[in-house]
Design a protein around this ligand. Structure first.
Ligand SMILES: [Zn+2]
Length: 385
């Protein structure tokens, strides 16, 4: 019985990897947990920081392990679980999360765990297939969040007939239409080629990673992060009711920090006139919506490759017109393209984090989700003020 299951898992894994992509990376989820539990930084502000993680993992109790899919979910889970559970990540924490494909071993390990927290909203492209093959409980942390439609948020400005090609190159943004980034429903869109979009979406499923119906980057809005943390705290409270107060107190600390951040930046952003910022990939839709800003993406929702020449030209023109001072590049990634563009428009290239992965230093220091969110908001604010 057990063997049969393993064979199924192997077959599944082969099927998943057959699609091919750039992100198999090191199969390092378990090792990563070691890395991140590293030298325990004492939390100057008090209670929550899970500093006894190491002792806990040495006990190695199978039942005390919970999984979390990638960095923001992993970090929030660690903060809330504290020393009550060992938290393992299911992806390599140090590489980009889009297009991750689990190995057979990773799937087999996951099948031993009781539950995994995922971001949901289609971020974990592997989740649906894997979930069918493991007993593990998949907890969608974004279940209460109103998703932004993947296609609905953008207006196509290209000529009829070029859609397919341009779409694949990430050419799906019309930055002329200032209001359109707020649209959440297909109905809201005023353009006529809805049918083409539907077609595009299917086409794209074949050529790319599953794009999904929604913008998956919910966690980049701190209000959403708070909601997602709540789901984690409630689930842990449910499976370990004896420690409910502990989990809820840890959650409350995160919620308070995030509330303070939202208040601070709502005020700051309301005072700036320019609301546009150039980002490496289209990850900041939820954040932009929260603070009434507009992201100008160089790449689409899941792609982080080189920018299509036509997009680059449009962004360049727009950036000159709007006198944008900063071109953001993916923190931990290449700054080459951003620098080229920045030079051309008299701006500077600066890092911004999608929080989809973390650096060695961030992992060692157990940099929190809240700290990374604040860092981003401050960087965006400084680019606009
Ligand atoms: Zn992304």
């Amino acid at each position: 019985m057990k063997n049969k299951k393993i064979i199924t898992l192997l077959a599944l894994s082969l099927a998943l990897t057959a699609c091919g992509n750039n992100n198999q990376g090191e199969p390092a989820n378990i090792e990563n947990t070691e890395v991140t539990s590293g030298p325990s930084t004492e939390d100057s502000e008090g209670v929550v920081r899970p500093s006894t993680e190491k002792e806990k993992s040495e006990e190695n109790e199978e039942s005390s392990v919970v999984y979390a899919s990638f960095y923001p979910i992993y970090n929030l889970t660690k903060q809330i679980a504290g020393d009550k559970f060992e938290v393992k990540s299911f992806t390599n924490l140090k590489t980009e999360s889009h297009g991750f494909e689990p190995s057979a071993k990773e799937i087999a390990d996951l099948s031993e765990a009781g539950l995994i927290f995922i971001n949901g909203a289609g971020m974990e492209e592997w989740a649906e297939d894997v979930e069918e093959n493991v007993e593990t409980d998949f907890v969608n942390t974004s279940e209460n969040i109103e998703y932004i439609k993947a296609e609905g948020g953008h207006v196509h400005d290209h000529e009829e007939g070029e859609e397919d090609h341009e779409h694949e190159e990430g050419e799906d943004h019309d930055h002329e239409h200032e209001e359109d980034h707020e649209h959440e429903d297909v109905e809201d869109n005023d353009h006529e080629h809805e049918d083409v979009e539907e077609h595009d979406r299917e086409e794209e499923g074949h050529h790319h990673h599953n794009h999904g119906e929604f913008d998956p980057h919910t966690w980049l809005d701190p209000e959403n992060g708070k909601e997602q943390a709540k789901v984690i705290a409630d689930k842990l409270s449910e499976i370990d009711p004896a420690n409910k107060d502990y989990f809820q107190a840890n959650y409350q600390k995160i919620a308070d920090e995030l509330d303070a951040i939202v208040n601070e930046y709502s005020e700051k952003f309301s005072s700036v006139e320019n609301k546009k910022f150039i980002v490496p990939h289209e990850a900041f839709g939820y954040l932009a919506k929260r603070f009434d800003l507009e992201q100008i993406p160089l790449n689409n929702l899941t792609s982080t490759g080189e920018t299509d020449a036509k997009v680059l030209k449009e962004v360049t023109d727009l950036a000159k017109e709007e006198k944008l001072k900063v071109v953001f590049y993916e923190k931990g990634g290449s700054d080459e393209e951003a620098k080229t563009l920045a030079n051309e428009i008299g701006a500077t290239a600066e890092p911004i984090s999608t929080i989809e992965f973390a650096s060695d230093e961030e992992l060692e220091n157990e940099v929190t989700y809240q700290e990374l969110i604040k860092e981003n908001l401050e960087a965006i604010y400084n680019s606009l003020a």
